[in-house]
Design a protein around this ligand. Structure first.
Ligand SMILES: Nc1ncnc2c1ncn2[C@@H]1O[C@H](COP(=O)(O)OP(=O)(O)OP(=O)(O)O)[C@@H](O)[C@H]1O
Length: 295
């Protein structure tokens, strides 16, 4: 997919596959092009490229609500309409049986507020209603833009279980977020974009392997001499203080052997895996236009 806006790149030459039976996290910093991609996938904006669901583009689907469930803008519901009223309208418009309204509300835990005006809903309740709308046609595919947005920790746990269950039923679930920590809890696979381009696509475990690294931390009173000895053995020291060296290797045994051979005292020696959040920021840093305060 490619989408050029007047002001510059929205999405550039982006291609990826999403598999059934798994939750795929669609991750990228603010402005990376996630919303643009989702809109392109659904034919909501014009651009180059094609996304297929069981072989057809969204606009070619005979029965779109029964094929692809979409959560894009959960705020776009008339505030005086009740949750059930909103779903009845969508069901009627999409030729779905009215009984699905209560089934969908109960799936997301909103049955007790079915007749309450949506204007009085919290952000989390709106997200749930957005999900109920996506699930109304019992679709095989789900495309969810920031489904965990506005949810409290309980809500995030709920949505994690919920998306896993949907994927466990064999559905194809694509959920976007700009927060890696959120995605790391939610997703089996990750598609990571930055500046409208693909940075990585694969399993979450592969992403962790590729973008985090292990280092050996060694602490003791004579780090200056140890640093020289490590260097002589081809080991690179990343960071060092008078008390601690961070060695660019995962070979604890080799670091211990060098220390022992040189007879230098060591107080502590251990393997440390770098932080995934830092790795994600590093992987996408060159693509970020504006990094605001963390929200
Ligand atoms: N209608 C538009 N007109 C012009 N530029 C746009 C438009 N929509 C998006 N863009 C630009 O395209 C790029 C991608 O934006 P997009 O909203 O798709 O990113 P995003 O990853 O969804 O970001 P966020 O996490 O903030 O929602 C940004 O540089 C944005 O400014």
């Amino acid at each position: 997919m490619t989408k050029q806006y007047g002001g510059g790149v929205g999405v550039a030459d982006l291609s990826f596959a999403v598999r059934p039976g798994a939750v795929t996290g669609f991750l990228g910093p603010n402005g990376a092009g996630k919303s643009t991609t989702i809109k392109l996938m659904l034919g909501l904006v014009r651009g180059a490229g094609r996304t297929t669901f069981t072989g057809r583009s969204y606009l070619e689907l005979a029965d779109p609500l029964r094929t692809v469930g979409v959560l894009v803008d959960p705020g776009a519901v008339h505030p005086s309409r009740s949750a059930a009223g909103h779903l009845r309208m969508v069901a009627a418009g999409g030729g779905l049986p009215i009984r699905r309204v209560h089934e969908a509300l109960s799936l997301v835990g909103l049955d007790s507020v079915a007749d309450k005006a949506v204007g009085r809903f919290s952000l989390g309740m709106r997200q749930r209603l957005g999900l109920a709308t996506a699930l109304l046609g019992d679709p095989e595919y789900l495309i969810l833009d920031e489904p965990a947005n506005g949810l409290d920790p309980d809500g995030v746990r709920w949505i994690r279980r919920f998306l896993r269950e949907l994927a466990g039923q064999g559905r194809t679930v694509l959920a976007s977020s700009h927060l890696l920590a959120e995605m790391a809890q939610l997703a089996d696979d990750l598609v990571v974009i930055g500046g409208g381009r693909l940075i990585s696509a694969g399993s979450l475990a592969e992403f962790v392997d590729q973008h985090t690294r292990s280092v050996v931390v060694v602490r003791g009173p004579e780090t200056a001499r140890l640093l020289v000895a490590l260097g002589r053995n081809g080991l690179r020291v990343w960071q060092g203080t008078t008390e601690e060296l961070v060695v660019d290797t995962d070979n604890t045994e080799l670091v211990a052997r060098v220390a022992a051979q040189t007879g230098l005292p060591v107080r502590e020696l251990f393997l440390r895996r770098s932080d995934l959040e830092q790795a994600y920021l590093a992987a996408t840093a060159h693509t970020v236009q504006h990094r605001g305060e963390p929200s």
